[in-house]
Design a protein around this ligand. Structure first.
Ligand code: TGC
Ligand code: FAD
Length: 387
């Protein structure tokens, strides 16, 4: 029997046929195509590029967009796909959520018709890969200070600057780069191979080892003025993109937690110490009870968030709360699972330690845990702690 997942509050009974089918497709893809190769890929720090066309064929890239070759599924189905992909590995969900939420969504929302026609169908099929360049070496949590410049020169913009910690950096055929112009911050589509544009990998990562993370460097890089996203002006459109990716993470974290919980539960029933399965000890049961409780609360959160997003009413504070809570929840679950597994818990023969390591990065990217605390703090008090 394939993966079933914990569902104490019977959320499955609220899914319609289409949502169930999409989840089943994603579940089978993860069981049959991701899990068998992920340990090896993690160990050698390789992104499994062979999965990219499959993600496209299955309609998982930009799945919640309509037209241009995208699957046009509802927000709940999109969330379920992200949950399943991250049950496989955070890097696979990262790939899909950057491609869909941080590249396709902004082109779809802020792009010209030509930009949409040129990029969206290829990105949806996985024939092209995209990345999103906001973070800079000196501006991470505070992207409003970014220093990359785009200066107008006739029919071109000339880009100078560095973006770092970029997911899909070396795989990308197109980078959406946020740069400062004389009219404020704007987004630019920069194509692989453009003179003055280099893409380099960040090595030696201990977290998200399977993900392609790197740097984008622009040195007098001339790009046609029509590569600027016409409808994105100022920092706010860039922050709006983050909501899409944070939504994916909130769902994905539940998948990582479920993988760890199921693994630990099975292990607790099999592993015998002191003549009894360790699952019979109260301290192990307490861990499992805590894990299931937190997973269930996180499931309820994203389920309701999906409804709000479907109605176009999910605001960035609600999304921050879900990203912050669910990633911290998944970390706690992964850590408890690793403990229940004893010494076996530190090997890649089990999933818990891989998820635990991955979640370190997931906690930092898309707004650190602390930044989401402050976003909530500002919403609660009306007082910004950033400024
Ligand atoms: P601030 O003055 O607070 O806001 C400017 C305007 O924007 C509004 N706003 C948002 N609107 C939509 N969505 C959001 N998420 C928004 N956040 C803020 C805000 O209401 C305001 O609107 P208005 O109408 O009043 O002008 O801007 P600030 O510069 O002080 O920044 C606030 C802060 C710290 C929350 C923001 O900079 C932030 O979120 N920082 C965290 C940076 C971050 O998350 N970077 C992510 C980079 S991409 C990434 O990590 C990808 S990993 C993906 C993967 O592999 O899965
Ligand atoms: P900093 O901002 O320097 O923060 C350092 C510490 O200080 C953190 O603990 C932070 O919470 C804390 N801190 C900062 N400000 C405050 C404050 N006001 N109050 C209290 N504490 C504070 N970026 C992209 O643009 N595109 C990508 O595709 C992308 N992918 C990534 C993939 C990976 C694997 C990683 C690790 C990062 C990625 N990022 C990406 C960058 C990511 O968004 C940033 O790392 C993140 O926003 C934090 O920035 P920083 O690392 O510079 O930390």
């Amino acid at each position: 029997m394939g993966f079933r997942g914990a569902d104490l509050y019977e959320l499955d009974s609220l899914l319609n046929e289409e949502q169930r089918l999409i989840r089943k497709t994603a579940r089978e893809f993860v069981d049959e195509e991701v899990l068998p190769i992920i340990k090896g890929a993690f160990e050698v720090r390789r992104f499994p590029t062979e999965l990219i066309p499959r993600l496209g064929e299955l309609g998982f890239l930009g799945a919640n967009l309509e037209g241009y070759g995208a699957a046009g599924v509802d927000e709940l189905s999109y969330g379920l796909v992200m949950e399943e992909l991250e049950r496989g590995d955070s890097a696979i969900r990262s790939f899909a959520s950057v491609q869909g939420g941080l590249v396709m969504w902004p082109i779809y929302t802020f792009g010209s018709e030509e930009q949409k026609e040129r990029w969206l169908p290829r990105l949806a099929r996985g024939e092209a890969v995209g990345c999103f360049g906001l973070t800079e070496p000196e501006f991470g949590s505070n992207p409003g200070g970014l220093q990359t410049r785009a200066d107008r020169d006739g029919d071109y913009y000339v880009l100078n600057g560095v973006k770092t910690w970029i997911t899909n950096a070396t795989l990308a055929d197109v980078a959406l780069v946020w740069a400062r112009t004389d009219e404020g911050i704007r987004g630019f589509l920069v194509e692989r191979g453009t003179p003055g544009f280099t893409q380099a990998k960040i090595e030696h990562k201990m977290s998200l080892r399977t993900s392609d993370t790197g740097e984008l460097v622009f040195t007098d890089c001339r790009i046609p003025a029509e590569n600027m996203l016409p409808q994105a002006q100022g920092l706010k459109p860039a922050l709006m993109c983050l909501n899409q990716a944070r939504y994916s993470i909130a769902w994905g974290a539940v998948g990582a937690a479920l993988a760890c919980y199921e693994e630990a539960r099975a292990y607790a029933l099999e592993r015998v110490q002191f003549g009894r399965p360790i699952g019979s000890f109260q301290l192990i049961q307490e861990k499992l009870a805590e894990m299931l409780t937190e997973i269930t609360k996180a499931q309820l959160l994203v389920f309701r968030l999906a409804q709000l997003k479907e109605e176009g009413r999910a605001d960035h504070v609600q999304i921050s709360l879900a990203k912050r809570n669910n990633v911290a929840m998944a970390q706690m679950v992964a850590r408890s699972a690793r403990e229940i597994l004893g010494a076996n818990g530190i090997t890649l023969d089990y999933q818990a330690v891989r998820h635990l390591m991955n979640l370190e990065a997931v906690k930092t990217y898309e707004g650190t845990h602390e930044i989401h605390t402050l976003i909530l703090g500002e919403a609660i008090t009306g007082l910004s702690a950033f400024k």
